[in-house]
Ligand binder design. Structure first.
Ligand code: DAH
Length: 339
């Protein structure tokens, strides 16, 4: 006759999930002992039947409870075992991890930190822009020949004027947005990706990183710009640089300049320090009154300067890299040499 004590003792001896399954078949399964007992009980006299029925029901409840507790115990064991296997040791030394920033990302992050420390607000802006933002807001009429140099990728999506959206060809496209967002006085930078339809060569790529800077205040002059850009470029290039301004045409500035830098280099042959050649590094100028007007600024009250610097160019100068295509072509030998 089936006894609870005996069955519980059997359950006690079960050590794994397979044995537990066996136990279930033997005691609690359809053809198990408990059901057999219920069948036998039917033939008993009414009094005995009642008594045995109550006993069996109790055995069934207690045994099922004990069985389920044990089953739960094994399941938890399995989960813990799995967790143990999947454990990631977050106290591991970070230098044993793989991967590092690409040198472009490193130079961009460095530039962001430097600009923030110089009091610039920073925004990434958007890579998809309107033709208004990219051209007209910075004094390039859509029929202007300068748009030729800025051929880019057109999207099917249209702006509220019904014009196709485009990928920005320069971070100058963020000037209008920044002035409207932050108001004046303004000191802001926009680092980010820009896109152009280019014949790729050592210094041109279809996607490249730029950083736009814009400063607007009362009585801002070229002298302010020259002083600031020399400090900024020295910080960005990690060298004490001398700057030179050459007059240049950009539609969004008047006057416009190209800025060249030179710095001290060590000549291995002579063993002496000498000055490097002048190297063109960025475009800049005093913001054109039309750009200010487009953003609702009174150009008789406010003035400012803007500059656009190629982050890839900065990285190339800083590390002496001759071909900017290395930055993005995924050549592991290149990436690893800076990891
Ligand atoms: N947007 C220009 C370019 O992509 C760079 C530039 C030149 C930006 C002069 C400026 C500037 O803000 O004043 O070629």
């Amino acid at each position: 006759m089936l006894e609870l004590k005996h069955a519980l003792w059997e359950l006690e001896k079960v050590v794994d999930i397979v044995q537990l399954d066996n136990f279930f078949q033997i005691y609690l399964g359809k053809k198990g002992l408990l059901n057999e007992e219920f069948k036998v009980m039917i033939d008993l006299a009414p009094e005995a039947k009642k008594e045995r029925g109550a006993q069996l029901s109790e055995i069934k409840t207690k045994l099922t409870e004990a069985y389920e507790a044990k089953q739960q115990h094994f399941k938890m064991g399995q989960i813990n075992e799995q967790l143990e296997k999947d454990l990631v040791d977050i106290s591991l030394d970070a230098t044993t991890q793989h991967g590092s920033y690409s040198i472009l990302a490193e130079v961009r992050r460095d530039a962001e930190e430097i600009c923030k420390s110089m009091g610039f607000v920073m925004e990434y802006g958007t890579e998809v822009v309107t033709k208004f933002e990219n051209f007209e807001s910075v004094n390039i009429p859509l029929t202007h020949p300068a748009t030729e140099m800025h051929d880019t990728i057109y999207l099917n999506d249209k702006d509220p004027r019904g014009e196709n959206l485009i990928l920005r060809t320069h971070t100058s496209s963020m000037q209008n947005y920044l002035i409207k967002k932050y108001g004046l006085p303004l000191k802001a930078v926009v680092p980010g990706r820009t896109y152009r339809f280019e014949n790729m060569d050592a210094s041109h790529d279809t996607m490249f990183y730029q950083m736009e800077g814009i400063v607007i205040d009362k009585d801002i002059s070229v002298a302010h710009f020259k002083e600031m850009i020399t400090k900024l470029l020295s910080a960005l290039l990690h060298k004490n640089v001398e700057t030179r301004m050459r007059p240049w045409y950009f539609p969004f500035v008047e006057p416009g300049f190209e800025i060249d830098v030179r710095y001290e280099v060590y000549n291995k042959e002579t063993g002496k320090k000498e000055l490097s050649n002048w190297m063109e590094i960025l475009g800049a100028g005093m913001i054109h009154p039309n750009v200010l007007k487009e953003a609702g600024v009174d150009a008789t009250q406010w003035s400012g300067f803007a500059f656009g610097v190629g982050i890839s160019r900065l990285a190339a100068v800083r590390y002496g890299i001759k071909d900017i295509r290395y930055f993005t072509n995924g050549d592991l030998r290149f990436a690893k040499s800076f990891a």
